[in-house]
Structure formats: C-alpha cells, structure tokens
Ligand binder design. Structure first.
Ligand code: ADP
Length: 545
C-alpha cells in the first residue's frame, strides 16, 4: 500500500523560492574582481535567476543542455547555479586550475553549449576557444559592460555581456515542477589518475544533501548564520553551501578570487562571518597571517576543514590562540560531496582538551542517509574497532551511480556500494578515519602502513612546513616509507629530530627508512599533494643506492 502524502518533487528552485519568500532580507555578499563589495538579498537572487532563465531561453538553450561555468565564488555564478537547473538545464562547473588540455577535454566531453566566464579567465578562454568551438556557441562574460575584457573567440562563437543580457531580460518566468531525478549539475573530478570523470547530480540528490549537511551535527547552518565558503563553487559545488544556505535562509558571503590569509581575515571580520569552510592550506595561510599581523577573528565560531587530512596544528592553534573550533569533514565529488562530519557524541564530552583535539583528526560520523563499510582485499567486511583498516565503500541517495556518459549503476557493485578509493578505519562509535588513498598506502612485507599518519606526525615538528610519505620500492619488504619534508620559512630541518617524534607513536616497522629534505612538494589543481609525481621521482630511491 502506498502512503497518501503529496509527492511534490524535490526541486532546486523550491529552496530558492523559500529563501526569497521567508528570508528575503538575508544577504548574499560578494567580493568582486574590481575589489568592490556587491550586496543583495535572496529575494534579488531569485528575481535575477528568473531573468537569467529567460535570457538563456532567448539564447536557444533547452532542457538537458549543459551550461559551463569558469568562475570564482560570486553572485553571478550563484545565479547560474539556480537558473540552469530551474529550466531543466545542467550547471556544469569547470575547475579553471586544471591544465588547459584537461579543461578543453572536459568542455568537449560535457558538450557545453555556452560558457559563463569570469573576466579573469578571458586569457584561458582565448587559449582554448579553437579547441571547443564544435560544442560551445557562446561565451557570456560575467561582467558589467564597462568591465568587458579582451577575449579572442573562435569564428562563429558569440561574445555576450552578462549584465547587459540580464538587464534586457523578462522577469516573468515561473519555476516549473518536474521529475526530481532530472540532472541539475555536473562536476568533473580532478583526475589525479586518468582523465577527469563527470559526476552528474540530480535535483533530488542535491536537495537531500542540502537537508543533511545543514543539520546541527553537520554544518549546523541556520537563518542566523553568516556562511563563507572558501571552497570554490567550481569544485564540488562549494561543498553544497550555495544550496544549504538558501535552504536555511543563511546569509552567504562569496569571496571571489583573493583567498590569501590577509584577504580572508578582512572579509571574515568585515562581513561578520560565523562559519566558514575550506581546505587545510587556506586555513594554514589564514593562521600564518593572523599570527604575523596580530589580528583576531571577531565573529567566526567554527571553521570546517576537509578535502585532505586536517593537520593537528590547525585544530590546536585556532582553538588556543583564536577561540575558534576547527571541525573535520570528509567527502568527495562522487558524494555531492559531504559523507562524514566529526561532531561529538555525548561520550566525547568526557575527553580532555588534548584528547578532543586528537579525536578531531578523525574524519567523522556518516551523515544520515549514507551507509558506509570497510572491506579487506577480498571484499570481506572489517570490524569497526578503530584499528582494522580497509577500502572504504559508501552508498546512499547522494552517491554517484555512474560517471557522465556511462551506463547507470556502472560505478558501483551489484549491491550499490561505491568504492571511494580511500582506506579507512571505523571505531566502535562509528567515527571513520582515513588512513590513506588506496593508491598511496605503503605495503611493507604484506602489511599496510598509513602514509597520512606518518605525515601528520612529521608536520607536528615546528620546523616542518609540509610533509609527504610515499611508498618506495624495497628489495626485501616490497615497499618501505620514504619521508619528504619541506622546511618552514627561514628554518632548516634536522632529520633526526623529526624521526625522534615517531618514538612511541607508531610501531617500529612503520618508521620511514629515510628523511629527504626538499624545497617544495608538487600539488594538484585542488591543492592536494601530487603523490603520483613524487612516486615517479622517488619510487626507486632505496634500490638506487
Ligand atoms: P579530486 O580532488 O580528485 O577532484 P575530490 O575533491 O572529490 O577529488 O577528493 C576526494 C578525496 O579527497 C577523498 O576521496 C579523500 O581521499 C580526500 N579527502 C577529502 N576530505 C578528506 C579529509 N578530511 N581527510 C583526508 N582526505 C580527504
């Protein structure tokens, strides 16, 4: 027997309408390229998004069309986020930090008909225009008429000014109701292995993810929150914040392109931000700036860090020096992206300050709606004892079932489990801790060693700015850990002092066989360590000697 409740589809437009109607006074504040501050309300976002739909329809865009964006976090980008899915088109955010070859590949693979581009990416668009001309018919510059940049497009491609287009558009669009499983947004993974792959979100997955992330034990976003996503809207939908903010009626602060410590500190204080989220490198930059300038954070209560493991220093320094809680979450493009969040259970209130900081290094508990498990090499489920580590699998309504262009279900096993490519432990309370990427784990004499654990210990040395541990081939043990460290500015690193830190913290056979001091480490387009390139360089370090 079916229930007798209304079955309105979960529509992205419905949260925008809700924000406009019930939180019309909550603000959306953007730092622009021209270094000015643009302010308007959720009611304005909704009205202008309706105009944008009309403008896109006038351009000939239709349901199912992919609308590419190459843009920082800003209000015009936000309008594309809502207008495209609101007309059954797909907002395809493109990461401009990728190599131009990858960007051209992604645009062609997605079949973007139009690109909405921030003026700072005009040179990038000029460089790739010829390679994407088969699919892209127009480039819309997200700018006012007097700030249109120089850009060279391919023959046949139209150049359009966003503000002019919006000013000339009608406002009479009514947001339609349709199948909630309709595709809404597309985001490619960075492709640290192989070509980038597209994850195609739906209205339903996006709304369910927004509901779950806004919960008190997750991002805890409310109407009174002022939220600044540092994590870019061009990478995994800024962790879904543009949607969760509308859902709850929170004010949204969009930082534009300047993400250095000084710019962040100013914006966080000027706009009275209460909650912000981003990757550890951004927070390390902010910490450095606050320490050297003596500035404080006047309104920020919580910082969410994710995207890569939280360095212990971050948690302790923000807590002790600035009274700000650093909270740890985990996710990935294929998970919309948030999968776990480290919010305490009653038991954790008994932890001492140091134990609580240590506990925050775990990536956290699964969000309601997501199911997770860890398995060994043969697929056998491992116990939740906080010790056994294995491949982390997830499933749930905001987990990808296939990549764009592939057969539905092809990214999961027969029971719907998606292999994350991460290796993790889960403790008896359900807190998951990533110990490695499966391709980065060190397999020594048949046993696994976690590179992240070893890195975290190395960076706790004050003279170490950054550390990477990789598996180097070993004649006896197959692989042994090799530690690469970058000295902090103006410091030199004593390898023996770093090795001394491991004493009593890990098993003796986990110790790196050698420490190599290097001036810098390579990073991916999303700021993560590029271990594949380190492996190419150092893989044979122990056998070459
Ligand atoms: P990419 O950077 O390849 O585009 P994602 O942004 O989707 O892809 O990255 C997801 C991966 O980032 C996860 O599978 C995991 O390895 C890593 N990651 C995300 N959050 C954390 C975290 N808090 N701690 C450790 N690793 C993390």
């Amino acid at each position: 027997m079916l229930g007798l409740m209304q079955s309105h589809g979960l529509m992205i437009s419905s949260i925008l309408k809700h924000a406009a109607r019930h939180h019309g006074e909550s603000q959306v504040i953007s730092r622009t390229h021209e270094n000015t501050t643009h302010r308007y309300s959720w009611a304005d976002v909704e009205r202008r998004s309706r105009r944008l739909v009309r403008a896109m329809q006038a351009m000939g865009l239709e349901a199912g069309d992919r609308v590419g964006t190459l843009a920082w976090n800003g209000y015009r980008h936000l309008e594309v986020y809502y207008a495209a899915p609101g007309m059954k088109a797909i907002c395809h955010t493109i990461n401009p930090r990728l190599h131009p070859d990858d960007i051209a590949y992604i645009i062609n693979h997605a079949g973007d008909k139009v690109l909405f581009v921030d003026s700072s990416f005009a040179p990038l668009v000029s460089a790739i225009a010829g390679r994407v001309a088969d699919t892209v018919k127009a480039v819309v510059m997200l700018a006012a008429p007097d700030h249109m940049p120089e850009v060279t497009l391919a023959p046949g491609m139209k150049l359009i000014c966003y503000d002019q287009m919006i000013d000339g558009a009608d406002e009479d669009y009514a947001w339609p109701l349709f199948d909630e499983n309709t595709a809404s947004a597309l985001c490619y993974t960075s492709g640290t292995t192989g070509r980038p792959k597209g994850v195609l979100y739906s209205h339903r997955s996006t709304i369910l993810h927004a509901y779950a992330t806004a919960l008190p034990d997750v991002l805890d976003i409310r109407a009174s929150s002022r939220v600044l996503p540092v994590v870019p809207m061009f990478h995994v939908n800024a962790w879904g914040i543009p949607y969760a903010a509308a859902l709850t009626g929170a004010s949204l602060v969009l930082p534009g392109r300047h993400l250095d410590g000084a710019s962040m500190a100013m914006l966080l204080n000027d706009e009275q931000v209460t909650f912000t989220c981003g990757v550890p490198t951004v927070w390390l930059g902010l910490l450095q700036h606050l320490r050297s300038s003596g500035q404080k954070l006047s309104t920020v209560k919580r910082i969410m860090t994710g995207g890569s493991a939280a360095p212990p220093l971050l948690i302790e320094a923000f807590r002790d020096e600035f009274g700000v809680a650093v909270e740890h979450g985990w996710g990935m493009t294929e998970l919309s992206p948030v999968g776990t969040y480290n919010a305490p259970k009653p038991k954790q209130s008994e932890l001492s300050k140091d134990e609580a900081a240590q506990h925050m290094l775990k990536q956290g508990r699964v969000l309601p709606g997501i199911d997770m498990k860890i398995v060994d090499g043969s697929g056998k489920e491992l116990p939740w004892d906080g010790v056994a580590f294995g491949d982390l699998l997830v499933r749930g309504p905001w987990v990808a079932s296939a990549y764009f262009g592939d057969q539905p279900g092809s990214a999961c096993d027969a029971d719907g489990w998606f292999a994350t490519g991460d290796v993790a432990t889960i403790d008896p309370d359900g807190f998951m801790e990533i110990t490695d990427r499966s391709k980065d784990v060190i397999k020594s004499g048949g046993e696994w060693i976690s590179s992240i654990t070893l890195e975290n210990i190395a960076v706790s040395h004050p003279d170490v700015a950054e550390a990477a541990v990789i598996a180097a081939v070993h004649p006896k043990w197959d692989e042994r850990p090799l530690l690469l460290v970058v000295p902090a500015p103006g410091k030199s690193v004593d390898p023996a002092a770093v090795m001394a830190l491991y004493e009593g913290k890990v098993a003796k056979w986990w110790l790196p066989d050698e420490v190599v001091v290097v001036p810098e480490l390579p990073h991916t387009a999303t700021g993560k360590l590029l271990k594949s390139s380190l492996r190419t360089q150092y893989r044979e370090h122990y056998i070459k000697k």
